[in-house]
Design a binder for this molecule. Structure first.
Ligand code: KG4
Ligand code: ZN
Length: 365
């Protein structure tokens, strides 16, 4: 490679508006010069979930500010940017359209190339940005909108080994938080409560463990929590704090058990295909959960595999991962033109059947 390359990435597919500037130097090393993320949690707090119309309006208002901040923090101006990368799906369509339009404007004004990026590819490629690992590797993507096992073969080739057939785990954490009266986002609140509870008090199911594949399901588990909660309420005339903590602990342990066992299966499948590259990675907001991380780490070490979990700020939605995916894909394909459109659904693995379900954060593709 001759000279350095500076790329600006944009992300607006759910409830975080983000911009980032990355530079790849002539040795191929990539640095994050800035990564700005503006969340919208407070805008959606009264509604118990992300409201697509509110999210889209907020993205349209925040994108320019994010770009300005990201450029200022990187010590760059628009003409210094060599290429633009933007999430073009999957996600909440209004937000994705806002990002794509903003990126098209920047590309048109500067004459620089434009790359539409699959949001899931951004997550899946992050371990290469943070830990410089080689292709291929196994990735478990677990967030509020996604849950799938992928073999990442190159910046554009992903093989899905399995995924959720209904809710994503983060979505289940959020719903359980709502059921037991804890705040959103539910993951951290449920994890805190679970830390002080007894996981054995409630017998909750481990969905789909009886099937030998890597498919997952979390909606029945959530319904089981609802039933257990209702039984407690009718017996105690309310939900005592101790039992709330026990319910959270039981739920979290069920999720841990399911994710660990399915990861074991995915890893076995992966290692049969790629014995020379024993690496398993996790990304997505749910990867913040200490119990889940620890269980996955154990699965990896049981199989003599390296385990990579990017720092939390790069596990949750951000634009650095989109800019990085742009850098990775530039070597392989031509830029997009101005017919680039926003896609609510966009399966990463083009050869697999589409997944079922469509959660609060858009299609699980
Ligand atoms: O990756 P992310 O920021 O957004 C997308 O869904 O793309 O993930 C957010 C999800 C939320 O559902 C949140 O409840 C969950 O990740 N989460 C957690 C934890 N922290 C965040 N789930 C379990 N335990 C946590 N500590
Ligand atoms: Zn995401």
């Amino acid at each position: 490679m001759v000279g350095s390359l500076t790329i600006l990435g944009l992300e607006s597919s759910c409830d975080d508006t983000a911009a980032a500037v990355l530079r790849r130097d002539d040795t191929g090393r990539t640095r994050i010069l800035s990564s700005v993320v503006k969340g919208q949690t407070s805008l959606h707090a009264d509604f118990g979930g992300v409201v697509p119309e509110i999210a889209a309006r907020a993205h349209a208002e925040l994108l320019d500010h994010c770009v300005e901040e990201a450029l200022a923090q990187a010590g760059c101006a628009v003409p210094d940017i060599d290429a633009f990368a933007v999430t073009a799906g999957p996600g909440l369509i209004g937000g994705v359209v806002s990002g794509v339009m903003c990126a098209k404007g920047l590309a048109a004004a500067t004459g620089r190339p434009l790359y539409g990026i699959n949001h899931l590819a951004g997550h899946a490629l992050t371990p290469r940005l943070t830990d410089d690992i080689a292709y291929p590797y196994l990735m478990l993507l677990v967030s509020g909108g996604h849950c799938q096992f992928l073999i990442v073969k190159d910046p554009e080739t992903f093989q899905r080994l399995g995924g959720t057939i209904d809710d994503a785990p983060g979505e289940a954490f959020d719903k359980v938080a709502r059921l037991v009266g804890l705040p959103q986002p539910g993951g951290p609140a449920v994890e805190r409560a679970a830390g002080q509870g007894c996981a054995k008090r409630f017998a909750l199911p481990r969905p789909l463990l009886d099937r030998p594949n890597c498919e997952l399901s979390f909606s029945g588990l959530k319904t089981a929590v609802l039933r257990a909660r209702d039984a407690v309420i009718s017996e105690h005339d309310g939900l005592p704090d101790g039992l709330r903590r026990d319910l959270c602990a039981g739920f979290q342990t069920a999720v841990v058990d399911v994710l660990a066992e399915k990861t074991r299966r995915a890893l076995t499948q992966y290692l049969q295909l790629n014995p020379a590259q024993p690496t398993v990675c996790v990304a997505g907001g749910v990867a913040a959960n200490t119990a889940i991380r620890a269980a996955l780490e154990t699965v990896a070490s049981d199989h003599n595999c390296a385990f990579v979990a990017p720092p939390l700020a790069l596990c949750t939605d951000n634009a650095a991962m989109i800019a990085f995916a742009g850098l990775e894909q530039m070597a392989l394909r031509a830029p997009d033109d101005f017919t680039l459109s926003a896609r609510p659904r966009w399966p990463l693995d083009r050869s697999s059947q589409p997944m079922l379900g469509s959660g609060k954060k858009g299609a699980k593709a």
